[in-house]
Ligand binder design. Structure first.
Ligand code: AMP
Length: 501
């Protein structure tokens, strides 16, 4: 037995001198160098007492060394547990007590704080420039290392979900969950060794770590490895890339710049978007500016990628395309599977679907059916041509006076009104209706849309129960690092509008 995922990602390229990473300063790190460095770090991990199956918790800035640490954890047969750099000490404390990692790697600036939290046998440090006790310790190690044998079903990573309701849950992903999905994406998006992916996503999340990095490594391509998304820098580097993966805000920020032109994108093969809904308007504006139709796909931490618009064929704005090969998808209502065009809960099944939530068998049983279907929590529908559309999270559904209101239906109408950049429709407690529809609107720069005219514009387009009972206009919607609108924060802010508490 070999190491299922590491072998596929790096095995055949251990001596390859071609660049895996291209850095902003023009420096490169070859596949061979990455293989050697991950060997040194893997030896350090094993020498520090990390056993196969142990968790390695990592809360560090993105750097080449951080990618080497991910690969090293796989090689040591351990389970990679990346944490968002924005998490506070209290949040990290919960993850540590839940996952009980054998080792934690943190930023040197937070070493004291992490030591005080405790809970791990060993603590090492790594900063954004690749310095710290992890790097120092690895320097002393030999590069030769025999990857620990791992089977397709062994765990490769645990990623905690963002946990907008209740406690965050650790999604357990096996070597084959990750590898099978990377293979599918490589094939579906035609990724080859000639590709250069502009990588400006964080690598503590499934998008930057698995969808982007695993797929490119599997194909033997290169990545322009940027610590974060900086629109000016990206415009300068795009002429060297063939692909980009981003959250929708990357694309809107590029469109905000006059120097982002058709010429900037002329050498690009494909722009891919996901993690949050891409507005159809952004899709159209991007095509008008560059001639490229953004390819939108849909997935989540627990399932890797589920659907994608086609590489060849029509990329339909506002949809997330078709189920990927090997992934089954169905739309479920209270009484079973629904017909095309009907809105219901999206369920998926396939080799991409996770192994369950870490130490939460009851939660796992609530969402993962015994026959392998996973209840995603996303509401959606499939049209007659097979394209899937996401209508929102199930928990975002507003029930007003006993009627279901799908926020997206209302948002789409509001977004088309003059002066509106985008909108978020939420439900807040209401004494008569249970919940009332509230529209929070982000204005276009320089515009000042009027709540009364918005309400008036909707009055003959929506049934009364779907019409917002209150409209708020603000400068920008709150978003997290993955570009998702924070509806929970909006609900909290406006929860007393009608109850006056
Ligand atoms: P995460 O686990 O952080 O990747 O979040 C997954 C959730 O993001 C999904 O369940 C969807 O609600 C949302 N999501 C991901 N991709 C898309 C997309 N293309 N359009 C709409 N929502 C998306």
């Amino acid at each position: 037995m070999t190491n299922h995922l590491y072998e596929a990602l790096m095995g055949q390229r251990s001596g390859d001198q071609r660049p895996l990473l291209i850095l902003a300063d023009g420096g490169t790190i070859s596949y061979a160098q990455m293989h050697e460095r991950s060997g040194q770090i893997a030896n350090l991990l094993s020498g520090s007492g990390v056993q196969p199956g142990d968790r390695v918790a990592v809360q560090v800035e993105k750097s080449p060394e951080a990618l080497a640490l991910y690969l090293a954890t796989l090689r040591a047969g351990a389970i990679f547990l990346p944490l968002n750099t924005a998490y506070t000490g209290a949040e990290v404390g919960y993850f540590i007590s839940d996952a009980e990692p054998a080792l934690m790697v943190c930023d040197p600036r937070r070493e004291e704080e992490m030591r005080a939290i405790g809970g791990t046998a060993r603590l090492l440090t790594l900063d954004g420039a690749g310095r710290g006790t992890l790097a120092h310790g690895a320097d002393q190690q030999p590069a030769a290392q025999q990857p620990v044998a791992r089977d397709a079903g062994d765990l490769a990573a645990i990623l905690y979900t963002s946990g907008t309701t209740g406690r965050s849950k650790g999604a357990m992903l096996s070597h084959d969950n990750l590898l099978s999905n990377a293979r599918t994406l490589q094939d579906y998006w035609r990724v080859t060794a000639d590709d250069v992916l502009l990588h400006a996503l964080p690598i503590f999340h499934t998008h930057g770590l698995f969808v982007a990095s695993n797929t490119l490594m599997l194909a033997g391509g290169s990545m322009i490895w940027l610590p974060r998304f900086d629109a000016a820098q990206v415009v300068g580097l795009l002429p060297r890339a063939t692909m980009m993966m981003g959250v929708p805000t990357f694309y809107t920020r590029l469109l905000d710049r006059d120097d982002f032109t058709r010429e900037t994108a002329a050498g690009m093969r494909v722009f891919i978007s996901g993690s949050a809904p891409l507005l159809a308007e952004t899709h159209r504006a991007f095509e008008a500016r560059t001639g490229h139709r953004i390819l939108e796909r849909y997935g989540m931490t627990e399932t890797n990628m589920n659907t994608s618009n086609p590489y060849e064929g029509e990329r339909r704005a506002g949809t997330v395309g078709f189920p990927l090969p090997g992934v089954e998808l169905r739309i479920m209502g209270d009484k079973g599977e629904l017909a095309d065009g009907e809105i219901g809960m999206i369920e998926v099944r396939g080799p991409n679907v996770f192994q369950g939530y870490w130490r939460m068998p009851e939660k796992t049983a609530e969402e993962l059916r015994p026959d392998g279907w996973f209840i995603t929590g996303d509401l959606g529908m499939r049209d007659a041509d097979g394209y899937v559309t996401i209508v929102g999270r199930g928990k975002d559904l507003v029930i007003s006076g006993g009627f279901n209101v799908y926020p997206k239906e209302v948002e789409l109408l509001i977004d088309d009104l003059p002066g509106v950049l985008e909108s978020a429709v939420i439900g807040v407690p209401h004494p008569d209706f249970g919940e009332a529809v509230v529209a929070v609107i982000a204005r276009q720069p320089g515009a000042d849309p009027n709540p009364t005219s918005i309400t008036a514009a909707l009055s003959d387009r929506l049934a009364k129960f779907k019409q917002p009972k209150h409209v708020v206009v603000i400068d920008a919607l709150p978003r997290n690092t993955m570009g998702k609108v924070q509806k929970a924060a909006l609900r909290a802010e406006y929860q007393h509008l009608f109850t006056g508490a």
